[in-house]
Ligand binder design. Structure first.
Ligand code: UFG
Length: 330
């Protein structure tokens, strides 16, 4: 099937393009390349360079390529930045998504898979977090994703748009081949920063707080490998195309968590030398524990993650960063 992958040149998008091809589909990418990389895509995958804020460009891409389904990744994703520049986030993430929804429902009404986030839940005492948990995002970023989820549901009710929302927990790792991986401009994720520290690009790792109510005092997160997440998109789009479902929202995680210290110990193990670490104050907005209840996606979409061992996950991230110390700029 032909799948329009909006934001397909980014970290998760490019891994999904690869897994779509492996599953026998034909992806076409629509991306403004603001944070994505053309180099992350196979040369024979068409790349439409366009912006979701340009409603005509979105419509033109749908008309020109006539996809059977759309996967929507295109968004600004930095929590801290979203608090400093809310207008940019609301415009880009919400208005951009609205343009896409209008274009889909006015032209082809094909199914949509949307990338959402565990940030829609905000701080919660629920461990693990089911999809039915209350949603109280604490950041503008999380708010833009929740608003888009709500818009998609409204388009489903009003226009019959079939959709699946995937709420990601902590996405990490890289393709086992080591040729594509995380390559954002703003580096903030734990495993990526640790890899860059190991490469000598940063002096040390800061642990943001060790007085949380967790066994070792550091925050616990559910780390899901990017290729498994990409496979979740393939499963979601195939279920929609088969007409097996017309709406659904799923957490994507492993269902168990690791602390910051456990992650850093694993990085030390993979690189074979201990990284310099320093305790730093808590980072604003970090909930102590974010772990998915991943039952629904396993049972309803048949999601079976391949990367369940943290060391294997970190190894793939390390292979990518070691081979591409400056991302795609080499
Ligand atoms: N951390 C450190 N030192 C660092 C970087 C991170 O101690 O140098 C800690 C953080 O404080 C946090 C944990 O490592 O406790 C993970 O932090 P990340 O920045 O890697 O990831 P987040 O959990 O903050 O956020 C990610 C995505 C969000 C998404 C969230 C959902 O970036 O978009 O997962 O779980 F909402």
């Amino acid at each position: 099937m032909k799948i329009l992958v909006v934001g397909g040149a980014g970290y998760i998008g490019s891994h999904t393009v690869r897994q779509l091809i492996r599953a026998g589909h034909t992806p076409v990418v629509f991306d403004n390349l603001s944070s994505g990389h053309a180099e992350a895509l196979p040369a024979d995958v068409p790349l439409v360079r366009g912006d979701l804020l340009d409603a005509d460009a979105v419509r033109a891409a749908l008309d020109a390529h006539q996809p059977d389904a759309v996967i929507h990744f295109a968004a600004l994703i930095e929590v801290g930045e979203s608090m400093r520049a809310p207008a940019r986030y609301y415009r880009n993430n919400v208005v951009g998504s609205l343009n896409l929804l209008q274009a889909i429902t006015e032209t082809r009404k094909v199914p949509l898979v949307f990338s959402s986030t565990a940030a829609v839940y905000g701080t919660t005492d629920l461990v693990p977090i089911p999809e039915t948990a209350a949603m109280q995002p604490e950041s503008v970023y999380g708010e833009t994703k929740l608003m888009t989820e709500n818009m998609i549901h409204a388009f489903h009710m009003a226009h019959g748009l079939p959709y699946t929302v995937l709420r990601y927990f902590n996405v990490c790792g890289a393709a086992p081949e080591g040729d594509i991986g995380e390559a954002h401009a703003g580096k903030s994720h734990l495993i990526e920063l640790a890899a860059l520290t190991a490469l000598g690009q940063r002096e040390k790792m800061f642990i943001f707080g060790d007085d949380y109510p967790t066994p070792d005092g550091t925050c616990i997160r559910d780390y899901v490998h990017v290729q498994d997440l990409a496979d979740a998109h393939v499963l979601a789009v195939e279920a929609l195309l088969a007409g097996q479902r017309t709406e659904g929202t799923f957490n994507v995680g492993l269902g168990h968590g690791f602390s910051v210290k456990e992650v850093l110990d694993t990085v030390d193990d993979v690189i074979g030398t201990p990284l310099n670490r320093e305790l730093a104050p808590r980072r604003a907005g970090d909930p102590p524990r974010l772990v998915a209840d991943a039952t629904r996606i396993r049972e309803e979409l048949g999601f079976k993650p391949q990367f369940t061992n943290l060391k294997d996950i970190v190894q793939t991230a390390w292979n990518w960063h070691k081979g591409h110390p400056h991302d795609f700029r080499q």
